[in-house]
Design a protein around this ligand. Structure first.
Ligand code: SF4
Length: 286
């Protein structure tokens, strides 16, 4: 699949792929994406729960997708640990795209090291050179962009589809876990010994840059801890543009639980194995 020039044709193509992906379990979704997208396929991970589950699934499916990350330089130490643990567990290198040095130096000189707190515009400028510009380089020449976006993450992401045409970048954006629940993700992580960010167990359902992420309170939406000093409608970094109620952190909810490390990752188990495997979990299919 390569995107035609006509906008309506692009949307029709994406909608057709989304309808073909919808009834499939995750491994089959990834196989269909591999076979359908004609050209470079890139998955951008930020090492959150969604992205860790997708990294696991891509490695198990032997997907040809390149797994890359945007190293903003302001990430939590725990995120860098998760990055290293993921490379060790799956035996591959994750390519990092860093901010342009001149842009970073200019912003810090003009606005201060935490100048992004001064205004929404300053914050968007920081996200611009630390995230959006590097993303452009990461996706240069790509035909498909894989993400770990989920509709349940926030109101801004409620309309996330399994496949959508990204006309600005001239590619198809693929969100193969768009319809998953947070509980289903946690189950996949536990059952397959997938390394995950320990901050998830400390009240951080969504993890971005350290100075721009706080733990959430009970009852708050999953992404309430991102740029919490801004209005909710502006709480996106510009990588994903997107309203409906998001999922909430409920009283007594354990976000993930105990971290399991140092074990070999397992492939998805067949439904006949007797275990509650990912692919046989009814929550994981549409
Ligand atoms: S999340 Fe914060 S530190 Fe990170 S790029 Fe955006 S404004 Fe800058």
């Amino acid at each position: 699949m390569t995107l035609p020039l006509d906008r309506a044709a692009q949307d029709a193509l994406a909608q057709d792929l989304a309808s073909r992906l919808r009834p499939l379990a995750l491994p089959e979704r990834l196989a269909l994406i591999d076979a359908t997208v004609n050209g470079r396929l890139v998955f951008t991970t930020s090492f959150g729960l969604e992205d860790q589950a997708l990294t696991h699934a891509l490695r198990m499916a032997k997907s040809r997708a390149e797994i890359v990350t945007l190293d903003t330089g302001r990430l939590f130490p725990e995120t860098y640990d998760t990055w290293a643990e993921t490379e060790a567990a799956y035996g591959f290198r994750i390519r990092a795209y860093a901010p342009e040095r001149e842009a970073e130096e200019h912003f810090v000189a003009e606005s201060g090291i935490n100048g992004f707190r001064h205004s929404v515009a300053a914050r968007q400028a920081c996200c611009g050179f630390r995230k959006v510009e590097p993303l452009g380089r990461a996706l240069a020449g790509a035909a498909g962009w894989l993400t770990g976006l989920r509709a349940g993450q926030s109101a801004n992401r409620a309309e996330t589809s399994l496949a959508e045409a990204d006309q600005a970048r001239g590619l198809i954006k693929l969100n193969p876990i768009a319809d998953w629940t947070r509980e289903a993700l946690a189950e996949l992580i536990h059952q397959n010994y997938v390394p995950y960010n320990v901050l998830h167990d400390r009240g951080f359902p969504s993890i971005g840059c350290a100075p721009c992420t706080r733990a959430v309170k009970l009852g708050e939406p999953e992404r309430a801890g991102r740029w919490w000093w801004e209005q909710a409608s502006k709480q996106e970094c510009g990588l994903h543009v997107a309203g409906a109620p998001g999922s909430e952190v409920k009283p007594g909810q354990k976000i993930l639980g105990q971290k399991i490390l140092g074990q070999e990752p397992r492939a998805f188990e067949p439904a006949s194995s007797g275990s509650s495997s990912t692919s046989s979990n009814p929550e994981l299919v549409a």
